[in-house]
Design a protein around this ligand. Structure first.
Ligand SMILES: [Zn+2]
Length: 172
């Protein structure tokens, strides 16, 4: 398997997925960096043996997901969820799209937090807004994300996605 080409650990540019596993109390945090593509098929299964019973998957630095990557991820999840508790956190809007379209992408994982992209109609600023379960995540999709002010000009912003579709997964 070729090594991932990366500029830094911040997830700016990777040719293939890289992962990092860190202890987080009782849990282990599996952080993903770069694209989830065909290389994930080789990389992900190798992680299974190293992972314990409680896993937090962090999607914050995932740049993109393609159809090969989705297939590899679903195969990985099927094995990962055997006997394990799984939490998804900091899902990007791309990942939320997959969760909404393909129930197996999430499997039995508990989705704790997701990023939505908002655009300010006044100054054009784009910003990420984190929704956290038990805090600001809506109870039903129809509730939507509520008002999110622009970080630059403080005017109201609009979500790039249709809110009711973006939050469809909260009811499943
Ligand atoms: Zn603005």
């Amino acid at each position: 398997m070729p090594p991932a080409v990366g500029i830094s650990n911040q997830g700016e540019f990777f040719m293939s997925i890289t992962t990092q596993i860190a202890k987080n109390g009782d849990w282990e945090k599996l952080s993903l960096f770069g694209p989830i593509n065909e290389d994930a098929e080789l990389h992900l299964p190798k992680l299974l043996q190293a992972l314990g019973a409680k896993i937090i998957v962090n999607f914050k630095a995932v740049e993109s997901v393609n159809s090969c990557g989705v297939r590899a991820w679903i195969t990985f999840m099927r094995e990962l969820e055997k006997g394990r508790s799984i939490i998804f956190e900091e899902c990007t809007a791309d990942i939320v799209g997959q969760i909404n379209m393909i129930p197996n992408f999430r499997g039995k994982a508990d989705v704790q937090s997701v990023y939505a992209t908002y655009t300010c109609q006044h100054c054009g600023n784009h910003q990420q807004h984190l929704f956290v379960k038990g805090k600001n995540l809506p109870q039903t999709a129809g509730d939507g994300g509520g008002d999110v002010a622009c970080g630059k000009c403080a005017k109201p912003t609009e979500m790039d996605e249709i809110e009711e579709e973006f939050f469809a997964w909260v009811e499943s």
